[in-house]
Every structure is written in structure tokens, then in C-alpha cells.
Design a protein around this ligand. Structure first.
Ligand code: ATP
Ligand code: MG
Length: 362
């Protein structure tokens, strides 16, 4: 007669729970599923789906879709990536939020919970009861600031935006642990713990987001109205290609295609230059205002994976540039190492969301 001993070890270990980070970007949805095991963060699966086709546009284009179409795409990518959990964390686009720094007199430090919502009215263009408000002190409370002001990072999201994302999550049968503005997720995934000020640039399809982080806190954020689809559209016009062909060539050759595609290289260089110039101006402006140098610039977002971009940017920017390596914070099979390093920048937001959810579960 067969006799099996109960596996005692499983009686005393916590249930192993998988979580999914979901980044709904303008051009694509990215998902990353993680689980914690013996203190390590295991990458279980990841995937992306282009939203263009759901909007009658090409792959790589920025879209402005309603909740129904987004939910449809989300269900598709969950199925295609073999996601097995419904424990989700979802990002809110920076463009759908309002993030600003309030400077308040030191004298109100003890009354911030009462003062911040009142001050916030000056910054928020809609009635305060229409938004979800959050705030954090970002200045170093151990030091007395030179101008006698404390800095508070104020974050507001419109109730309609939250409602839209809730409806997307429920259509896809997900339980949402939290919504987080994408900048916080990207920073968690792209940076290590460090005190020195460092910048992060997230190159999306339609726009680029730029953040300065110091002591792990966001000190400044901007949106730059140039993104990677500008390159595709310009190359399509200049070289008489369809948008789809131009997108394929951009991804295949980037800026390092060699003499046979010199026209493509020229066109891509031309159309990336306003973005590079604006980034370099933004960095120089920050350094001047704060009388400090940035310790580095970390690139994230699908647009940053353009071949040769990092090297081109390094010629115009003083701070040392590196690509984000969010999957480096997870354990995965060794044979995937190169693929995950290359794809990583695109998945920074999704990884950052899943990492926070795992931290919450303990
Ligand atoms: N290998 C590649 N080389 C060059 N560009 C690429 C590559 N892969 C993706 N891209 C470009 O990256 C862009 C999409 O990046 P990403 O997925 O980060 O944007 P998004 O999150 O959808 O947009 P946003 O952050 O603005 O909401 C597209 O324009 C696409 O053409
Ligand atoms: Mg994005």
C-alpha cells in the first residue's frame, strides 16, 4: 500500500503569491509577473502588446483609447503572456496626473495635513473634490533649508481617471492592490539606493518624461513633447516608406545601421536632436538652479532602446548615461540574461509596480 508523508515544510511556509505589474502606456501595455521565493524575486513571465492596432494605427504609435479597447488589449496580453495571477498593481500615466512641488514656510511644518490641501487649490485647475490628493515632504528635514522653506511633492489624479482605470481592471477580472503614478514605479525599478541627485528619462512613444531623484525622492519632473514615434513618422516621410516599414527599420538599424542605410541614420539623427537638445537643456538648467551636478542619467522607456542613442546622447550630456536594468532586480534563467537586459528599459514601470506589490505582501 502506498503511503505518503505529508510535506510538513509546506504547512509552515507562507503561501507563495504571484503579482502582476501593469503599465498602460500610450503605445503599448506592458505586464510583468513576479513572485518572491526564499527572499529572491523571481521573474515568472512578462509581455507587451501594441495598442496601435486597437486604434486603427500602426504598431509603435501613441493612442488615446477608451476603457473598453484598453481592457480588450489587456486581456489579450494577459492571455498571450500566460499570466496566472489577478493580484495587480497598475500605473497611472504621468500625463493624467498633476505633480508639483509646493514650497511652504518652515513654521507650518507641524500643520501640513491641514495646510497642504488648502495650498493645493492654487495649483490644481479643477475643484479639489474632483481629485485624489497625495503628498510627501521631499526636502531634507534634518537640514535647515537656506530659504527657510520646506518642499512638499503634491500629487493629484482626477477621479475620472481613477474610475477609468478601475473599470479596465474589473473588465480584465483583476483585483487592483493600488494605482501608482508611473514616475514612482519607474524610479523604483531603474535606480539603486543612492543619495546623490540623479536623473531618469523615460522615452515613450509620444512624450518623454524627465525626473530628478535625490535621496530616493522625486525632486522635479517634466514632460517633454517629443517621443520615439516622431522618429518613425519623420523617417516615413523623408524616405517614402510606410509608417510600418519606417518603424521596422528604426528598430532594426537604429543609429548604427552603417553606410547602406545612411539616409535612415541621417533622418533618425535629425528627428531625435530636438529631444536630446531639450534633455541637455533641462539637465543644465537643473544643475545651475541647484548649484549641483547630477551624478548620472538613467534611460528607460521603449524609445531609449534605439541602437546608438545612449552614445549619441553622451556626446551632448555631461552626466554619465546608463540604460535602466529593471530585470536585474529579479532572478531569471541565465540564458535570458541578454534578452532581459535589452528589453528591460521598456518594462521599467511594470517591474516597479510588481516590486512594490511584493514589498507590501512581505
Ligand atoms: N528597439 C527599438 N528601437 C527603437 N525604438 C523602439 C524600439 N522598441 C520600441 N521602440 C519605440 O518605443 C516607443 C514605445 O516606448 P514605450 O513602450 O516605453 O512607450 P509607452 O509607454 O507606450 O508611451 P508613454 O510612456 O509615452 O505612455 C515606440 O515609439 C517604439 O517605436
Ligand atoms: Mg511608458
Amino acid at each position: 500500500m502506498a503511503f505518503t508523508l505529508p510535506n510538513l515544510s509546506t504547512l509552515f511556509t507562507k503561501e507563495i503569491k504571484s503579482v502582476i505589474g501593469i503599465d498602460i502606456g500610450a503605445s503599448s501595455i506592458k505586464v510583468v509577473q513576479l513572485r518572491r521565493e526564499k527572499g529572491r524575486v523571481i521573474l515568472e513571465t512578462y509581455g507587451a502588446i501594441a495598442l496601435g492596432p486597437y486604434a486603427g494605427l500602426e504598431i509603435g504609435r501613441a493612442t488615446a483609447l477608451g476603457a473598453d479597447k484598453i481592457a480588450e488589449a489587456l486581456k489579450d496580453v494577459i492571455r498571450e503572456a500566460n499570466v496566472t495571477t489577478n493580484d495587480a498593481a497598475i500605473s497611472i500615466p504621468y500625463a493624467s496626473s498633476l505633480v508639483s512641488i509646493l514650497k511652504l514656510p518652515m513654521s507650518v511644518e507641524k500643520q501640513l495635513p491641514a495646510v497642504v490641501p488648502i495650498e493645493a487649490r492654487k495649483y490644481i485647475p479643477v475643484p479639489i473634490n474632483e481629485v485624489l490628493l497625495d503628498w510627501f515632504v521631499v526636502s531634507d528635514t534634518k537640514k535647515t533649508p537656506a530659504d527657510g522653506k520646506i518642499e512638499v511633492l503634491l500629487v493629484a489624479i482626477h477621479n475620472d481617471t481613477i474610475a477609468k482605470f478601475r473599470s479596465i481592471a474589473s473588465s480584465a477580472a483583476l483585483t487592483t492592490a493600488f494605482f501608482e503614478i508611473e514616475i514612482f514605479s519607474a524610479v523604483r525599478a531603474a535606480l539603486d539606493h543612492g543619495l546623490a541627485p540623479i536623473a531618469v528619462a523615460d522615452l515613450g512613444a509620444g512624450t518623454t518624461k524627465f525626473y530628478v531623484v535625490e535621496r530616493g525622492l522625486i525632486r522635479e519632473s517634466h514632460i517633454i513633447n517629443h517621443g520615439s514615434q516622431d522618429l518613425t513618422l519623420a523617417a516615413s516621410r523623408a524616405l517614402n516608406l510606410t509608417v510600418m516599414q519606417a518603424e521596422e527599420r528604426k528598430r532594426k538599424f537604429g543609429l548604427t545601421g552603417g553606410p547602406e542605410v545612411a539616409d535612415l541614420t541621417k533622418s533618425l539623427e535629425l528627428s531625435i536632436s530636438p529631444l536630446v537638445a531639450e534633455l541637455s537643456r533641462t539637465i543644465a538648467g537643473w544643475e545651475q538652479r541647484n548649484n549641483q551636478t547630477l551624478s548620472g542619467l538613467v534611460l528607460t522607456g521603449g524609445g531609449s532602446t534605439l541602437k546608438g542613442l545612449k552614445e549619441l546622447m553622451q556626446q551632448k550630456v555631461n552626466a554619465p548615461i546608463r540604460m535602466a536594468d529593471p530585470f536585474g532586480k529579479t532572478a531569471a534563467p541565465a540564458f535570458l540574461e541578454k534578452i532581459l537586459k535589452d528589453a528591460g528599459p521598456e518594462f521599467a514601470v511594470a517591474v516597479g509596480l510588481a516590486l512594490r506589490r511584493l514589498q507590501e505582501l512581505g
